[in-house]
Write a protein that binds this ligand. Structure first.
Ligand SMILES: C[S@@+](CC[C@H](N)C(=O)[O-])C[C@H]1O[C@@H](n2cnc3c(N)ncnc32)[C@H](O)[C@@H]1O
Length: 195
């Protein structure tokens, strides 16, 4: 059966998951990341830390020039399965490696999304900066306070125009006697635009 690529967000439940890989970035957060990243079909995009492929699949609907990396082989396997499920596999170059070791092989980039970086965040941002074109963007999704602070400081140091938002989503669970709002983990989205 042919799957038609549409602008409709993929729901969290639709992704194939693996217990050894963090789950997909939640639907509403993916939506905001896409909005902030503003990807066009000509954009060359790098994603570091593809995990389950939640963001990878959404970005792959917008551009065929996407390189997605993860150091966890299970993450690459899971992302590959999801890309195939949604008929997007041909739009992505998937690489199993540490983010930092890949950046020097890339020519130029319009957008980079960092969803995982371990202890290398500052260096990853510094290396990506060498490849990003003027008005290009570096987006970091962060749960740890430390990641938020490090991203902002590094982007400021590199003279990027920088924005941080924090999103707290609660989803309603419909019960027989009413609706219970269940909160998800807050997540920050840091956007740096190269001047
Ligand atoms: C929270 S998950 C990302 C989820 C993803 N955005 C999604 O929607 O499925 C973070 C991922 O970053 C990867 N990661 C962490 N540090 C990394 C690094 N230095 N290089 C490559 N991948 C890394 C982890 O293995 C993990 O799979």
């Amino acid at each position: 059966m042919e799957i038609i690529i549409s602008d409709k967000m993929i729901t969290d439940d639709e992704f194939i998951k693996n217990n050894s890989v963090p789950g997909p970035t939640k639907e509403e957060i993916r939506c905001i990341v896409l909005c902030k990243t503003n990807i066009s079909k000509e954009d060359k995009v790098l994603e570091i830390g593809c995990g389950t492929g939640g963001l990878t699949c959404e970005i792959a609907k917008k551009t065929k020039n996407l390189i997605s990396i993860d150091k966890n082989p299970k993450a690459i396997e899971t992302t590959k399965m999801n890309l195939k499920k949604f008929n997007l596999y041909n739009n992505v170059k998937l690489i199993k490696n540490d983010g930092l070791s890949i950046i020097s092989n890339i020519n130029s980039l319009n957008k980079a999304i960092i969803g995982g970086s371990g202890n290398d965040l500052e260096e990853i941002i510094a290396q990506i900066d060498k490849k990003i074109v003027k008005n290009g963007k570096i987006i970091v999704t962060a749960i740890l306070i430390d990641t938020k602070v490090q991203s902002i400081n590094q982007l400021k140091k590199l003279a990027y125009e920088t924005e941080i938002i924090e999103v707290n989503i609660s989803k309603g669970k419909i019960l027989d006697r009413g609706i219970m709002m269940i909160s998800q983990n807050p997540i920050a989205i840091i956007t740096g635009t190269k001047k």
